[in-house]
Design a protein around this ligand. Structure first.
Ligand code: SDX
Length: 427
């Protein structure tokens, strides 16, 4: 017996079906609501609105649960690699050794950029933000790799071409912004090691690859790989629903991620901690500013639309920051400030009442600083990690027979009908 809900609208009884997910979460299917009642629903920011069915990522915000294709994030962070997690998200299964090896060969083959793409970079202002460059370069792939055959094997190569080249594009943006020679990808290095080498190798002082940093980068990108229907993934699904090519769709996702309320928060957290450190603000002063609605200061890296407890990724990121800094025998004054801020906020009634906890961005900057990644590149690092999730969500959306072009409704509050006034008669 299918579960239903009954609505009484203007005295009329409307029966609506209930959709129940694998983990028991329930949704009212309102697809017939307007036709049956003339009413629409109203939910700015989609806080209570499901836009799709999905089998990729499961989150329980009250319990702090995050799983990708059923695998807990804690186990993937402990045992998996970023490339393996990317394969899992996109295909739905962990790869066999043979599948993983074939994937790695493709990632290596696809890692160089078309030489003509370098000219794009050279004509950007040196101070250009790398997120703007990355979004443009990914969009430009449509022109450089026009063959987009809707054949599974070809599309799988397209996914790997994107995942491979985004890493090269990011490192190239950084090197060119410094006026340094571009370091090309090496066929003998794995995905993460290649990125670090392209970022930091130097003819004078060759970059020393460090296994701890390579492992930390794998975990960093695993923690960012997907997060169900977040802002940038929703942008990818909405843009993709119009049958836009995958490169331009991903470019839209990169742009949506850039903002300080979303992926740009990792850069904003470090900038916030630097201001606190530079100005000698006390923890109490910071909390007072964060709670003062007239003050634009927010505790960046805190709060989440879904998590109403500690973001499980933040727990892993925090621990990784501690371990990395002690292994590298480094200290970071910003880490101490972050830890004191967290401790005070978690005891503060304002943050407790509003269920505001550290999210993935609160400690991610500490980890990236320990790796030597410059602050301006932090959101680019988030984008590289999130790319497999965007691809998986896009693939699920375009292959879902239920999905249609995204076109929400509105409640109109503008002027009623009125006649045109010739300019000579206007006040
Ligand atoms: C990411 O969706 C995802 O899954 C995103 C993400 C992913 O992996 O894709 O997890 C990645 O984007 C993490 C979030 C990164 N952003 C930040 O850290 C920016 C700081 N956080 C906030 O701006 C805010 O918490 C959001 C944007 C994250 C969530 O915003 P919501 O859900 O719209 O909540 P809200 O802004 O309505 O806040 C509810 C209340 C408000 O107070 P009242 O109006 O009820 O009095 O909590 C307050 C807010 O003022 N509040 C904060 C706060 N966050 C919320 N007050 C101070 N500092 C904060 N950080």
């Amino acid at each position: 017996m299918r579960e239903v809900v009954k609505l009484v609208i203007d005295g009329k009884e409307v029966i609506l079906p209930v959709i129940i997910g694998t983990e028991g979460e329930k949704g009212i299917d309102i697809r017939s609501l307007r036709q049956e009642t003339g009413y629409i629903t109203f939910d700015p920011g989609f806080g209570n609105t499901g836009t799709c069915r999905s089998a990729i990522t499961y989150m329980d915000g009250e319990k702090g649960i995050l799983r990708h294709r059923g695998y807990p994030i804690e186990q993937l962070a402990e045992h998996s690699t970023f490339v393996e997690t990317a394969y899992l998200l996109i295909t739905g299964q962990l790869p066999t050794l043979e599948e993983l090896t074939r994937t790695s060969v493709y990632l290596n083959d696809f890692s160089p950029l078309h030489e003509n793409m370098k000219a794009f970079y050279q004509n950007y202002p040196s101070k250009a933000h790398p997120m703007g460059i990355l979004s443009a370069m990914i969009n430009a792939m449509r022109s450089f790799y026009p063959e987009l055959l809707d054949i599974e094997e070809e599309m799988n190569k397209t996914y790997l071409r994107l995942i491979s080249k985004i890493r090269t594009m990011a490192a190239m943006a950084y090197r060119i912004s410094l006026g340094e020679r571009v370091v090309y990808p090496r066929p003998d290095l794995c995905y993460c090691a290649n990125f670090l080498n392209m970022m930091f190798d130097n003819v004078v002082v060759p970059y020393q690859l460090d296994d701890d940093l390579i492992r930390a980068l794998n975990v960093f990108w695993i923690l960012h790989a997907d997060h169900e229907q977040n802002c940038s993934t929703t942008a990818v699904r909405v843009v993709g629903s119009g049958k836009v090519n995958i490169y331009s769709t991903i470019s839209a996702g990169i742009s949506a991620l850039w903002g300080p309320l979303h992926g740009g928060a990792n850069q904003a957290v470090i900038q916030m901690l630097e201001v606190i450190h530079r100005n000698g603000l006390t923890i109490n002063e910071c909390l007072l500013k964060a709670k003062d609605r007239t003050d634009p200061f927010r505790l960046m890296g805190f709060g989440h639309r879904v998590y109403k407890t500690y973001d499980p990724r933040a727990k892993i990121m925090k621990k990784m920051g501690d371990i990395l800094l002690s292994k590298l025998k480094r200290t970071d004054p910003l880490l101490e400030i972050a830890q004191r801020l967290e401790e005070a906020a978690l005891k503060d009634p304002y943050f407790k009442e509003k269920n505001l906890y550290p999210n993935v961005d609160f400690y991610s900057g500490i980890v990236l600083r320990a790796m030597g990644i410059p602050t301006k590149m932090f959101t680019v690092m988030f984008a590289i990690g999130r790319l497999p999730g965007w691809i998986a969500q896009w693939k699920e959306d375009v292959s879902d027979p239920e999905m249609k072009i995204s076109r929400p409704r509105q409640i109109y509050e503008g002027s009623l009908e009125r006649d045109y006034i010739p300019i000579d008669n206007r006040a």
